[in-house]
Ligand binder design. Structure first.
Ligand code: UDP
Ligand code: MG
Length: 317
């Protein structure tokens, strides 16, 4: 079997009301582009009727594939599963909630044809997202950019096109805590972007709870930087020197100046301060250790309940 021109990966978590509209818009875009394609839906443990809608689409369109997870494994895992199974010269990752306009796929593809291996969609405006989400995202990516040793694009999510070379390299990266936008940036290759205005979600609500968002943020930092560890060890060092000087001063003041430093308040404040710093430092170390733990267990990244991808297709990869 020959590679398709383009493979489109769509992670789905409770997107019942968006699936049909997304499919129609993708099909329109693809037929205008005149390329061969495959659509790959990953149903990430939806509790609504997303799966039955996808199955119906797959029965009517032989270029549509799906993988149904046994439960919710998370957006990054769903996309990773898509990358593992994609079979095309280039692959596009797109959200199912119509926040990423499918029409932009034509622009991403045109840029790819100019010779770029990664073409990401850079957000000019973001509609319908909370002030808190936009602010934390802005601060977070600027922080991340400062502490990693490679170039991370700002104001870009996972909506992007990657070439087969990039897909093959990503599949070889063994980490369990996926942070794909970081992994793709880490790989290098020729990168370009196209600008777009991010729409608001058409129907339903975001599947990214604050819990999932923070986990992803920590995965991004721990996966690509040791700076937090360096920071806490330096902080510990500075505080130790400071308290040592304080002890010398207290002894000096008691014996030489004959003025004993008293004070319950200062004692409690400094004990609480040091206690806080210690807990923070243990927490930072814990974030790294818990990720070592997950990686040592080396469990499968996801469990498949059902799929229409025959083993022959997988073997040909
Ligand atoms: N998604 C997923 N698993 C999850 C959460 C989300 O596969 O646990 C999918 C979701 O259906 C959508 C994409 O990932 O296609 C982006 O999620 P969402 O729109 O909820 O995130 P937001 O745009 O609010 O950051
Ligand atoms: Mg969304």
């Amino acid at each position: 079997m020959q590679d398709n021109d383009i493979s489109i990966i769509i992670p789905v978590y409770n997107e019942s009301e968006n699936i049909q509209a997304l499919y129609t818009r993708i099909r329109e875009t693809i037929s205008k582009m005149g390329v061969s394609y495959e659509l790959l839906y990953i149903n990430d443990g939806s509790t609504d009727d997303s799966l039955s809608q996808i199955v119906k689409i797959a029965q009517a369109d032989s270029e549509v594939y799906y993988i149904d997870f046994s439960r919710n494994f998370g957006h990054q895992v769903a996309v990773s599963a898509g990358l593992e199974h994609s079979n095309a010269s280039c692959t596009v990752i797109i959200d199912a909630d119509l926040q990423d306009p499918p029409e932009l796929i034509a622009d991403l593809y045109a840029k790819h044809k100019e010779g770029f291996d990664v073409v990401y969609a850079k957000r000019q405006k973001r509609k319908g997202e909370s002030f808190f989400k936009k602010l934390t995202a802005k601060l977070y990516y600027r922080l991340l950019k400062n502490i990693v040793s490679f170039d991370i694009p700002l104001d870009a999510g996972d909506f992007r096109l990657v070439s087969k070379k990039v897909v093959e390299a990503i599949i070889k990266m063994p980490e369990q805590n996926k942070f794909l936008r970081g992994q793709i940036a880490w790989l290098g290759f020729k990168q370009a972007y196209v600008l777009y205005d991010r729409a608001s979600r058409k129907h339903g609500k975001s599947g990214y709870t604050y819990g999932k968002m923070f986990r992803l943020a920590f995965d991004g930092i721990t996966g690509f930087s040791d700076k937090p560890l360096l920071f806490v060890s330096r902080l510990g060092f500075i505080i130790s020197i400071f308290s040592f000087l304080l002890i010398i001063f207290a002894i000096f003041s008691h014996y030489i100046l004959e003025q004993t430093i008293t004070g319950w308040t200062s004692l409690i404040i400094s004990a609480a301060f040091i206690g806080g710093i210690q807990l923070l430092s243990i927490g930072v170390i814990g974030e790294y250790i818990s990720r070592i733990n997950v990686n040592v267990k080396d469990r499968p990244l996801y469990i498949v309940d059902s799929t229409n991808i025959e083993t022959t297709k997988k073997k040909e990869k």
